[in-house]
Design a protein around this ligand. Sequence first.
Ligand SMILES: NC(=O)c1ccc[n+]([C@@H]2O[C@H](COP(=O)([O-])OP(=O)(O)OC[C@H]3O[C@@H](n4cnc5c(N)ncnc54)[C@H](OP(=O)(O)O)[C@@H]3O)[C@@H](O)[C@H]2O)c1
Length: 322
Amino acid sequence: MQYVKLGSTGLDVSRICLGCMTYGVPGRGNHEWTLDEEASRPLIRQALEAGVNFFDTANVYSDGTSEEIVGRALRDFARRDEIVLATKVHGRMRPGPNGAGLSRRAIMTEIDNSLRRLGTDHVDLYQIHRWDPHTPVEETMEALHDVVKAGKARYIGASSMYAWQFSKAQYTARLNGWTRFVSMQNHYNLLYREEEREMLPLCADQGVGVLPWSPLARGRLTRDWDTATGRSATDAFGSTLYPEGDRAVVEAVTRIAAERQVPRAQVALAWLLHQDTVTSPIVGASRAGHLEDAVAAVELRLSDKEMEELQRPYEPHPVSGH
Ligand SMILES: NC(=O)c1ccc[n+]([C@@H]2O[C@H](COP(=O)([O-])OP(=O)(O)OC[C@H]3O[C@@H](n4cnc5c(N)ncnc54)[C@H](OP(=O)(O)O)[C@@H]3O)[C@@H](O)[C@H]2O)c1
């Protein structure tokens, strides 16, 4: 495994981050396709054994059960001070008023709930899962700063939003002497490259680490366009993201993978790992082989010609996933 600094921080993270949205009680929350605790634990252990030190979950994943499963597994298989644990806040955790969002009240409640479920006294990276248009950004940034000063989070990060929103949050924090975001977790892969317009240059300029979510386009980059899996058949959000025009990119991945005699997932992840702006893609692994491919992708070098062939069929997309 290779390790890099997360943006301009001194924090070492593995070049692969394990996405823990895959792990959670299937009947809870909004993902039917998740793996239960028994099926999840061997994959978390395998990731640790492969040198992955970076784990990403969220309060909202499987109604908090992702945090519970990940917290127990990491307690059993790892030393707390050797891992980088990330979670998120913003999603709806309860019906009714104050059950979601980025108010001071929501952030203070949700960090404590996440720490309890994870079974730890701090997270390494606390991320806002989305922009909250109903809360002043000053309120959100001051609350996040207070979470850091209370020792409950080491760093803060953000996730999918417009570049102007991210920039506004950062300069609000700077103007007030509050903690700034060190990372951006955004939707970026060979099928969705709109982030190359504004967000990625902003992150490069500001020294912000980039953690792409759904780096394999939720599996679409790993198989023939018309092939479905148990997850893809029930992945409501995923079914909105990739239009028919993306088929040509999947075919380019297929061609290069065949020439190289490696699985398609390795080629698609290697393309992302070749982007200067990218710190660690957050991979989803529901089988042992998925992790093996992710780890192998770190060492796969693509030629300039292969990179160009992978990129050529791209068609611009409407902005989505915010
Ligand atoms: N911030 C956000 O808003 C946000 C949004 C989405 C995700 N995330 C984060 O990003 C993480 C990853 O998301 P994701 O699961 O959508 O990522 P992904 O890596 O794009 O997709 C994972 C899926 O791809 C397939 N796959 C993975 N490796 C494969 C391989 N080697 N060969 C064949 N198929 C393979 C599997 O599909 P099957 O299971 O169908 O076989 C797997 O479930 C999440 O766990 C979460 O932490 C964040």
